[in-house]
Write a protein that binds this ligand. Structure first.
Ligand code: HEC
Ligand code: HEC
Ligand code: HEC
Ligand code: HEC
Length: 126
């Protein structure tokens, strides 16, 4: 193997390892890095296991997309973006701020379905 090819393959395999380490299938927590000074430990969320257990196959249930008039676009999703890419820390018009966006999405569904945690310490586990 020539040296260029060797280094090329080494870099590629590192890149693949890094990407899979941050893929949704290995996700265990919701990152809280978008908050200035997080007050709580990051929330437990084992992405794929959670969604399988809860029977969620529509990605847009959480990764939604809206048009300019605030209409939800059916059949389209935004899983290539972070919630914080669209949700600022504060509310903007009818678009909830980041913390409210997470709470309304997560807790909202748990309350509606009467399943899943709704107490602070059940999600923000120390
Ligand atoms: C269903 C899960 C869930 C429950 C229940 C929940 N949270 Fe959260 N909360 C989240 C998620 C997800 C985030 C986004 C960032 C993260 O992982 O902390 C968040 C973010 C926050 C933030 C902003 C980030 C920070 O740490 O400063 C605060 C403050 C917070 N929650 C407080 C609370 C309090 C207080 C309660 C109870 C009244 C509560 N949460 C209940 C899931 C939950
Ligand atoms: C119950 C809500 C929910 C559902 C359903 C859901 N996701 Fe996610 N997903 C999340 C949250 C929350 C994050 C973290 C986003 C953030 O931190 O801003 C995330 C992150 C991701 C990421 C980024 C992973 C990373 O670590 O950066 C990908 C990719 C992803 N989801 C793909 C999908 C796909 C594909 C589907 C449908 C098969 C899906 N998600 C369904 C809530 C969900
Ligand atoms: C591509 C941009 C975009 C992304 C990414 C995005 N949102 Fe939103 N979201 C919006 C917009 C725009 C609205 C407001 C629609 C309106 O004006 O009523 C909204 C509304 C909401 C609402 C209130 C309406 C509802 O559906 O209950 C919640 C909760 C919410 N988002 C949570 C989330 C969470 C959690 C994530 C990440 C998993 C996320 N959003 C990712 C753009 C986005
Ligand atoms: C559309 C509905 C829905 C949404 C959105 C949702 N959940 Fe859940 N979640 C459920 C259901 C249903 C269960 C219970 C599954 C069971 O016990 O059969 C559950 C269970 C859980 C559990 C306990 C089981 C486990 O995986 O450890 C945690 C923690 C949890 N959810 C966190 C979250 C967080 C954090 C979010 C937001 C990022 C979220 N959920 C969004 C429906 C939802």
């Amino acid at each position: 193997m020539n040296r260029m090819l060797f280094w090329g393959m080494t870099i590629l395999s590192i890149a693949v390892a890094v990407c899979t380490a941050f893929g949704q299938e290995d996700m265990e927590l919701v990152d809280n890095g978008a908050f200035d000074r997080p007050q709580r430990p990051p929330a437990i969320f084992e992405h794929d296991a959670h969604n399988e257990m809860a029977g969620l196959d529509d990605c847009a249930e959480c990764h939604h997309l809206y048009d300019e008039s605030g209409q939800k676009l059916e059949g389209e999703s935004s899983e290539d973006q972070m919630c914080a890419d669209c949700h600022e820390l504060k509310d903007v018009g009818s678009k909830p701020g980041l913390r409210k966006a997470f709470h309304n999405n997560c807790k909202g569904c748990h309350v509606a379905q009467e399943k899943g945690p709704i107490a602070c310490a059940q999600c923000h586990v120390r």
